[in-house]
Design a protein around this ligand. Sequence first.
Ligand SMILES: [Zn+2]
Length: 277
Amino acid sequence: MSASLRRVAPSDILPGWIEVADRCFIGRHQPYDVNSAVIVGGEGVLVVDTRASLTQGRELAEQVRRLSSLPVSVVVNTHSHFDHWFGNGAFPDVPLVGHESLLTDLAAATERGKREYPADDVASTDPVPVDTTFSSVWASELGDRYVEVVHLGRGHTAGDVLVRVPDADLVCAGDLIESSGPPSYGVDCYPLEWGATLQQVSSLIGTGTVVVPGHGPPVDKAFVLEQRLDIVDVGEQIRALTHARVPVGDALAQGQWPFPAEGLHDAVRRGYEHTTD
Ligand SMILES: [Zn+2]
């Protein structure tokens, strides 16, 4: 990827966090290099993604308390992958917001997280799922600002949502966008739809918008457009290979992929499954 990683100053309130826009803080956490966002309004705080275990969620909750004396009034999960929501239990008594498909995928997502990442704190977490779901859009008042949560289509998963703070010109994109490495195509991805979803995303952001990926440093619209082109390319190549009747087992070797081929096994397999014509 060329350029477009945004330069930001570290937060002087809490080391390890950056204030990427007015009262919008990003914490970049290990393991998994996952971002959490803290949006502070006049009367409450919205937290985006709660990390990969209850222990990590509790660490996050303590950091949120240091960033703002206001109470957490809502938590948003950007999608079903464990590293974005297994910490929900550290935020009791607040709405846990996510796309309606998260409840459909709950058992599988929980099992996958524990199987693929058998760390003690992950394994011992009894994760608390979202309790406030929506189909296309949800909004929250935080006092002097409001926040939109929108589902623009499938891509990285079935239930990807974005968190948008209009007054700060900030969008948290979850794993629809990644800047720490190539986009992650997993067993639950929608490779043929991802590019179209990012087209919708790009319509919501301007040249000055701060875009926070699920993993990696903040980026701008140019980065999103460039990554979208590569994701469209993956989808188009999969379609072309299916139309050419290339066996799925041979497809990965025959494509000219914009990302390392070893990360595209599930993209190809899922794309073949999703091709109906
Ligand atoms: Zn993910």
